[in-house]
Design a protein around this ligand. Structure first.
Ligand SMILES: Cc1ncc(C[n+]2csc(CCOP(=O)(O)OP(=O)(O)O)c2C)c(N)n1
Ligand code: SF4
Length: 279
């Protein structure tokens, strides 16, 4: 068969789901985030072998194993360092980094800021449940200061930080908020994030039904953002700082040119590095 007669490959969401069954708690928001990622990849018809999914450690960071894409389940807080290296070495691949609020904003906070600043063309999906799920419910950087539990009786008293505003201040080129309970809406936002050049950040409110069962109420509380995305970072920052934290949609789509390794146009030659580190 020549190219004229070969039917084009078509991928469905199922094409991106591996045979490994997720071990998340029943009802965990991460199930639908996984579905949203696979739907977004199908909408873009990206061949699984042209996609790399990179994570750190945490319940949410298990996601690479549940896809048929190339995957790297890395070290706690280091997803963005590995994802950045992958994208710079292989700019022809679509690179997604994924993980939790503890992974990305606490131990990985420094990498988060600098990934926004560098603006390498990759998409970062954070499943934010305002808690460390995997290690049994410690407070994270997005935990409310008055969240009372046995590990922080009476609450930590420490204000939670604002990932979307930090991302904007640090230079992210695309900032959106999504909700795990809306898989189609989240898939659409992730597809837009992948398509948008530069560093795209998608914060997904993803309930931890085990340690934060009250987050089930997010389903009734979230609502679509009433404004369209802006390319004005100051305007977006003001809107996000004054919203209720529960509006869903693309909040900022900037125009910064993505980082490109100077003097290169595409595939990087990493053979010298491979030789140096050969065992
Ligand atoms: C260097 C290092 N420090 C701490 C840990 C322990 N640890 C594993 S997962 C985790 C928290 C994960 O929380 P989060 O990223 O919010 O993900 P979730 O489990 O809620 O999806 C921690 C502290 C670790 N594995 N490595
Ligand atoms: S502990 Fe929480 S975040 Fe982890 S799988 Fe269970 S519900 Fe999901």
């Amino acid at each position: 068969m020549n190219d004229m007669t070969t039917p084009p490959a078509t991928y469905t969401a199922a094409s991106y789901k591996s045979a490994t069954k997720p071990i998340w708690c029943p009802g965990c928001g991460d199930f639908t985030v996984l579905s949203s990622i696979t739907k977004a990849l199908a909408a873009l018809q990206l061949p699984p072998h042209r996609v790399g999914v990179v994570s750190g450690i945490g319940c949410s960071s298990r996601i690479p194993a549940y896809t048929t894409c190339y995957g790297f389940h890395g070290v706690h807080g280091r997803a963005l360092a590995a994802a950045t290296g992958l994208k710079v070495a292989r700019p022809d691949l679509t690179v997604l980094a994924a993980g939790g609020d503890g992974d990305g904003y606490s131990i990985g906070g420094n990498h988060f800021l600098h990934a926004c600043r560098r603006n390498v063309d990759l998409t970062y999906v954070v499943m934010d449940n305002h808690v460390y799920g995997m290690t049994k419910g410690q407070a994270s950087p997005t935990t409310e200061p008055d969240w009372d539990n046995k590990l922080s009786p009476g609450g930590t008293g420490i204000r939670s930080f604002h990932p979307l505003v930090l991302a904007l201040a640090a230079g992210a080129n695309f900032v959106a908020r999504a909700f795990a309970g809306d898989p189609n809406g989240t898939a659409d936002i992730i597809a837009q994030a992948i398509r948008h050049p530069g560093f795209s950040f998608v914060e997904v409110l993803s309930p931890c039904v085990t340690f934060r069962p009250e987050q089930r109420a997010w389903k009734e509380a979230v609502h679509p953002a009433t404004v369209t995305a802006t390319d004005d970072a100051a305007r977006a920052t003001h809107r996000i700082m004054t919203d209720d934290g529960l509006n869903i949609g693309v909040l900022y789509a900037g125009r910064r040119a993505p980082y490109q390794v100077p003097g290169t146009q595409g595939h990087q030659d990493v053979s010298a590095l491979e030789a140096e580190f050969a065992l």
